[in-house]
Design a protein around this ligand. Structure first.
Ligand code: IMP
Ligand code: MG
Length: 180
């Protein structure tokens, strides 16, 4: 693990484990008697989805989408495109979108609009992190793991130039790393 680029660990592995357990219990209770299609966004949400799914007790299926928000460096642009679409239809299913982080809200705004035209029975959002101060489009998640301050974070699936996805905690990057 390259800790040279890390300013501070914000959320520990233990805190993550506890919170994911709580989210899984809450989701299982809310969807009692139903089944869920977990739709993860590649690649950032993969680790969260894998852990969360094992805390969900109602039947659930997985599918994945890859979207790219074209822009520079750490700033998202409004131009969102689907790089990899879902494998299966969502018609009649309870879709639970699983995101790593909501920042400007552009990615999720695009995804929820896109999926709502495909005949899902319901669509909800669970995000591991919420950087609420940065929101440009007023979109809210139904379930939030943690609120994070306006800093670039890595770990638990999230990366900076592909670094940090495998770190078991959430850490803030040193400002000089991403302000270059
Ligand atoms: P949005 O469209 O601005 O909400 O951006 C959401 C996407 O940007 C997330 O799914 C992440 O892939 C990426 N992103 C935003 N903030 C961070 C961060 O602090 N660390 C790593 N990736 C981030
Ligand atoms: Mg993402």
């Amino acid at each position: 693990m390259n800790m040279d680029i890390v300013k501070k660990v914000l959320i520990s592995e233990e805190q993550i484990r506890e919170r994911v357990k709580e989210l899984g219990a809450e989701i299982s209770k809310d969807y009692e008697g139903e089944s869920i299609l977990l739709v993860g966004t590649l690649k950032g949400a993969v680790i969260f989805l894998a852990d969360l799914a094992r805390e969900i007790t109602v039947p659930c299926e997985f599918d994945f989408m890859s979207v790219k928000s074209y822009g520079h460096g750490t700033i998202s642009s409004g131009d969102v495109r689907i790089i990899k679409d879902l494998d299966e239809s969502v018609t009649g299913k309870n879709v639970l979108l699983v995101e790593d982080i909501i920042d400007s809200g552009r990615t999720l705004d695009y995804l929820t609009n896109n999926l709502s035209h495909r005949g899902a029975k319901s669509i909800k959002i669970v995000t591991f992190l919420d950087k609420h101060d940065r929101r440009e489009i007023p979109i809210e998640a139904d379930y939030i793991g943690f609120e994070v301050p306006n800093e670039f974070v890595i770990g638990y699936g999230l990366d900076y130039a592909e670094i940090g996805r495998n770190y078991p905690f959430i850490a803030a990057l040193k400002n000089e790393v991403y302000e270059k």
